[in-house]
Design a protein around this ligand. Structure first.
Ligand code: Y43
Ligand code: MG
Length: 198
C-alpha cells in the first residue's frame, strides 16, 4: 500500500487524514505512529502557509521522504479573524481545546447571532526532497454557537455550526464533517497530486 507521512501530532487531524487518504488507497501515517522520537516543530510563521511549510519541510528534511503538513485554524469575524494562526494555543500553553472554547465563548458573550460568523481554514503543504513546497487551501464557512455541544471531532468543533446546518460540527457524524470541512476542501485540490503519488 502507498504511504504518505503527515507532519502532525494532532490525533483528530490524523484520524481524518487516515479516512480521507484511504479512499485513494494511501496509508496516511502521522508522527504519532512513528517509532523515532520526532521533535516538536515551533510554529513561528505569521501565516498558515509559513507554519505549514515549517512542518512539512522540517519533517521532510529529517526523514528525506515526501511529507504533507496541515496548518489550520478558526477565523472569527467579530474578533478580526482571531484566533487564526494562534488557534491551537489561544488560551495559552499547553494547548487545551476546552480552554480555547471557553475563551472564545467568553469573548463573544455580547455578540448576537448574525454577527457570530466564522470560518475554518486549512492550508496543506506538500514537501518532496529537491522540489519546491506545494500549497493548497480550503475553508468552511459557519458561525459560532452560543454554547458548546457534541462529542465528535476535535478542537473548536463543539462550537462551530457549518453553513447550511443547525448542529455543531461535533454533533455531525464524522462522515459528514469529512465532506464539508476546510480540510476536505483543501484535499480536493490536491487530488491530482495524490493520484500521481507513487
Ligand atoms: O477540523 C477542525 N475542527 C476543529 N478545530 C480545528 C479543526 N482544524 C483545526 N482546528 C483548530 C484546532 C487547533 O486549535 C488549531 C490547529 O492548529 P495547528 O497548529 O494547525 O494544529 P495542531 O497544533 O493541533 O497540530 P499539528 O501542528 O501537529 O498538526 O485549529
Ligand atoms: Mg500546531
Amino acid at each position: 500500500m502507498k504511504q504518505l507521512i503527515i507532519a502532525t501530532k494532532n490525533k483528530g487531524k490524523a484520524e481524518e487524514f487516515k479516512i480521507m487518504f484511504a479512499k485513494y488507497g494511501i496509508n496516511a501515517i502521522s508522527l504519532l505512529e512513528l517509532e523515532e522520537d520526532i521533535p516538536d516543530i515551533e510554529e513561528t510563521g505569521s501565516t498558515f502557509e509559513e507554519n505549514a511549510a515549517l512542518k512539512s519541510e522540517g519533517i521532510m528534511k529529517l526523514l528525506n521522504i515526501p511529507v504533507m503538513a496541515d496548518d489550520s485554524g478558526l477565523m472569527i469575524d467579530a474578533l478580526d479573524g482571531r484566533p487564526g494562526i494562534f488557534s491551537a494555543r489561544y488560551a495559552g500553553e499547553p494547548k487545551d481545546d476546552q480552554a480555547n472554547i471557553v475563551k472564545v465563548l467568553k469573548e463573544l458573550e455580547n455578540v448576537q447571532d448574525p454577527n457570530r460568523t466564522a470560518r475554518f481554514v486549512c492550508v496543506l503543504s506538500v514537501s518532496i526532497p529537491g522540489q519546491p513546497t506545494l500549497f493548497k487551501k480550503g475553508s468552511c464557512e459557519g458561525k459560532i454557537a452560543l454554547a458548546e455541544s457534541g462529542s465528535h471531532g476535535f478542537g473548536y468543533d463543539p462550537i462551530f455550526i457549518p453553513e447550511g446546518y443547525e448542529q455543531t460540527m461535533a454533533e455531525l457524524e464524522p462522515n459528514i464533517k469529512n465532506k464539508i470541512s476546510h480540510r476536505y476542501h483543501a484535499m480536493v485540490q490536491l487530488e491530482e497530486w495524490i493520484q500521481n503519488l507513487s
